[in-house]
Design a protein around this ligand. Structure first.
Ligand SMILES: Nc1ncnc2c1ncn2[C@@H]1O[C@H](COP(=O)(O)OP(=O)(O)OP(=O)(O)O)[C@@H](O)[C@H]1O
Length: 408
């Protein structure tokens, strides 16, 4: 067995490309920062804070900009004796009601040992406890609710918190809520009264384009990667790939980090385009596998049917043709097949997951029909399939057909 040896020729500080790293500098968000600062101004002036709602796709800097600005705000208000600011942040991802979020807030504010249980109280009792804690802190309190859409339609807290002073639940404490979401539908689904208050100031974060992503990558690479360890054009390539797909800085950073790890494992002295290609296909495969883990056996078989069509170079393929392929796969795996309509639903789900793309075709008097093709590289899809489906010989045959047809 080989020994563990330190490898440090590629990375200087790999953590700076990781999720938990908080950048000292925010690139390419000057306009959003200006608007955000305006929305936070009442805090500095000693008035009641605005409630702010931030939305935009995943990885576009909503959390990074919020953390950065709230740190700044806390530093800057320290100059004013009459402003006493506290910030409480909660990620609501695993909390899917107002009740659970309120319990989490209470427990964050209470000293260790004083936490309350997450079940068993009437909702208003938990809200009262929360008001008690907020009142005990006093001053101005900003409550950041990241991934606030997880709260779903049980959104009473979002109605109550901003009105707590008006309703005499708080006396001296001034509370502002900052809600962050990447679910565009969430805002519209909110009770109109909640919309009015929570969305007092709305900030939208658009996806990044390629030059913006390249700047973000450059400033992060300076900290994370050893001098001279990135080949010319590599950052530009990572940025272009992420811009084309999602416009997410997270995706661009992940790509660079993984490319660096691959370069390191191959004992290369610098990160090259090939390493980025390999990183891209590995990340894509992970995304497909993640999507597939959620699928039922029939969802997987429906996907394998499309993969098989792709191997024959017959995609985009109509639902009826995919269905024939699917029933054949069911037969060989000894699984009872579903009706065509159910398979069609599975294909739509796969489209929602970004694994397939669909086209609607018009066919005159017979109405419209859909055809599907893979929206991920063939190799990623088949690799991921061989990890989750026990159909070795069928998968091997599909691989052979693909290689005969030069499908990759
Ligand atoms: N403008 C920027 N400058 C520097 N780093 C950035 C910028 N935007 C995003 N990042 C980095 O990209 C990663 C993802 O950003 P962030 O977590 O803020 O996205 P988000 O919009 O909150 O996404 P999600 O909705 O998935 O939580 C983080 O590592 C963050 O530091």
């Amino acid at each position: 067995m080989r020994r563990f040896e330190r490898k440090q020729n590629i990375f200087r500080n790999k953590d700076a490309l990781g999720e938990s790293y908080q950048p000292d500098q925010i690139e390419e968000r000057d306009e959003e920062i200006e608007e955000y600062m305006d929305a936070l101004q009442p805090v500095v002036d000693g008035w009641e804070p605005n409630n702010i709602f931030l939305y935009g796709n995943t990885g576009v800097g909503k959390t990074a900009v919020t953390d950065y600005l709230l740190d700044r705000l806390q530093d800057d208000v320290a100059d004013y004796d009459d402003v006493d600011l506290s910030v409480i942040s909660v990620n609501c991802k695993t909390l899917n009601s107002s009740y659970q979020v309120a319990v989490e807030l209470v427990n964050k504010l209470r000293p260790a040992g004083g936490e309350i249980s997450s079940t068993g109280y009437p909702q208003q009792t938990v809200f009262k406890k929360l008001y008690g804690e907020l009142e005990a802190i006093g001053g101005t309190i900003l409550i950041v609710l990241d991934e606030v859409d997880s709260i779903g339609d049980r959104d009473e807290l979002l109605y109550e918190l901003p009105r707590a002073r008006a309703n005499n639940n708080l006396d001296s404490t001034k509370v502002g809520v900052i809600g962050i979401s990447n679910d565009f539908k969430f805002r519209d689904q909110l009770d109109p009264r909640v919309q009015d208050t929570l969305c007092e100031r709305e900030l939208q974060f658009p996806p990044y384009d390629a030059p913006e992503l390249e700047n973000i990558l450059e400033s992060r690479a300076e900290i994370a990667i050893a001098e001279g360890a990135v080949e010319q054009g590599v950052l530009n390539f990572c940025a272009a790939l992420a811009a084309r797909d999602s416009g997410s800085a997270r995706q661009a950073l992940d790509l660079l980090r993984l490319a660096g790890e691959i370069a390191e494992n191959r004992e290369a002295d610098l990160i090259e385009r090939d390493h980025v290609e390999a990183a891209r296909s590995r990340l894509e495969q992970e995304r497909v596998e993640e999507g597939m883990r959620e699928l039922t056996t029939h969802g997987r078989l429906a996907l394998l049917a499309v993969i098989s069509k792709a191997a024959k170079d017959e995609t985009p393929s109509r639902t009826r043709e995919i269905y024939e392929e699917y029933t054949a796969l069911c037969d060989s795996s000894g699984t009872d097949s579903l009706a065509q309509r159910s398979v069609h639903n599975h294909l739509s789900d796969l489209r929602m997951l970004g694994i397939l793309s669909a086209y609607e075709n018009r066919s005159g008097s017979r109405g419209n029909y859909y055809s599907y093709e893979l929206d991920v590289p063939f190799t990623s899809a088949i690799e991921a399939m061989s990890d989750v489906l026990r159909l070795e010989s069928e998968i091997e045959t599909i691989r052979e057909i693909a290689s005969m047809n030069n499908v990759a």
